[in-house]
Design a protein around this ligand. Structure first.
Ligand code: FA5
Length: 335
């Protein structure tokens, strides 16, 4: 028995030292140290031996196991540091996909809107987020004592500086600096001092549109908005033009889309009505033209202001607007 153990030791040592890959090494381990190995069988048979022999063979078995275990560790290290071709890796495992970052759904929505409007002949204009009363309100025919100011719950920074409540002040800035024809979109974040719910944020994105020229008519506004909505949601989208009121447009309209979250059956996003308001629009009020030095007898125009977050909700089937600004990667990765 002791002779056989010596021989086993010689074989195992040679095999451990010559293993050239981690797979080979694993096979050697199973053969000489595994549960069904000869060494283990000798170990299990110790109880049947005479006590003298049991002691000597038992000692030899333990020493050999210890020695081979240490050799196994050495061989593992040797293969890892030598880069054995498998490098200790199992080449049969599937590869790990690297995580690739993506654009935020609001950015993707905005880019889609921009591309549609560029295709319709609009160019992009930008304006400041910190505005003054004149551009955010007065020039838009909303004087200080006008009750419509209540409709825009305003965050003031000081007596005359505020966080813009809509993108409409960009209309004023563009008209102050250029003569018609003007055909712009003005995207950006707006701020309101209102409490958030499933379809209202206190910070959200709008996209303003403005077209000014001679003989611009309401029919063109309607045509552009319908074309835009169909490009975005498909030809079968159901829209509703409601009469609306904005001090800076006359006549005015608000446009709703049949709620794409519940297909018009009523949910928390559409407050059970089946419709979601996506934008306000209308023909530019002559008083606005006067405020920027245009002759209202010569020029007419239309303007609109879209809620980008609401459109993003409809496009992605998201039922709570607040999710867009929480930056929870578990949510963002789903979209
Ligand atoms: C305005 O802000 C006008 N400036 C729009 C306009 C521009 C009208 C030019 C006429 C001509 P309103 O407050 O309704 O309007 O907002 C426009 C759109 O922004 C809404 O239709 C809605 O889609 C979105 N919106 C309004 N309030 C919120 C809010 N709290 N959270 C998310 N989206 C909102």
């Amino acid at each position: 028995m002791l002779d056989r153990l010596k021989e086993l030791g010689r074989e195992a040592r040679a095999a451990l030292q010559s293993a050239a890959t981690s797979v080979e090494l694993e096979n050697v381990r199973v053969k000489y140290l595994g549960r069904k190995s000869e060494l283990n069988q000798v170990s299990r048979g110790l109880k049947d031996l005479e006590s003298d022999e049991r002691r000597s063979v038992g000692r030899a078995v333990n020493e050999l196991k210890k020695e081979l275990g240490a050799l196994l560790e050495q061989s593992k290290k040797r293969l890892e540091s030598a880069g054995d071709g498998s490098g200790g890796l199992d080449p049969t495992l599937p590869g790990r996909m690297p995580w690739v970052g993506g654009k935020h759904p609001l950015t993707r929505t905005y880019e889609r809107l921009e591309s549609i409007f560029r295709g319709l002949g609009f160019e992009v204009a930008l304006g400041p987020h910190v505005e003054d009363d004149f551009h955010n309100f007065d020039a838009l025919n909303i004087p200080a004592d006008h009750p419509a100011r209540d409709g825009w719950d305003t965050i003031y920074i000081d007596d005359d500086s505020l966080l813009r409540t809509h993108t409409s002040p960009v209309q004023i800035r563009v008209m102050e600096s250029r003569k018609p024809p003007i055909r712009i979109i003005a995207p950006g974040r707006v701020y309101r001092n209102e409490s958030a719910d499933a379809s209202h944020g206190s910070e959200f994105y709008q996209l303003e549109g403005l077209y000014v020229d001679r003989d611009v008519r309401f029919g063109e506004l309607k045509g552009v908005l319908i074309r835009f909505m169909r490009e975005l949601f498909g030809e079968s989208v159901t829209l509703r033009f409601r009469a609306g009121f904005f001090p800076f447009t006359e006549p005015s309209t608000e446009v709703d889309v049949e709620c794409l979250i519940c297909q018009g059956t009523g949910c928390s996003v559409c407050s059970g009505t089946g419709w979601v308001e996506l934008l306000g629009a209308g023909m530019v009020d002559p008083r606005v033209f006067e405020a920027v030095g245009y002759d209202p007898g010569e020029f007419t125009g239309y303007a609109f202001g879209l809620g980008v977050d609401r459109i993003c909700m409809m496009m992605t089937g998201t039922d709570d607007i607040r999710l867009f600004l929480e930056n929870d990667l578990r949510f963002l990765r789903q979209i």
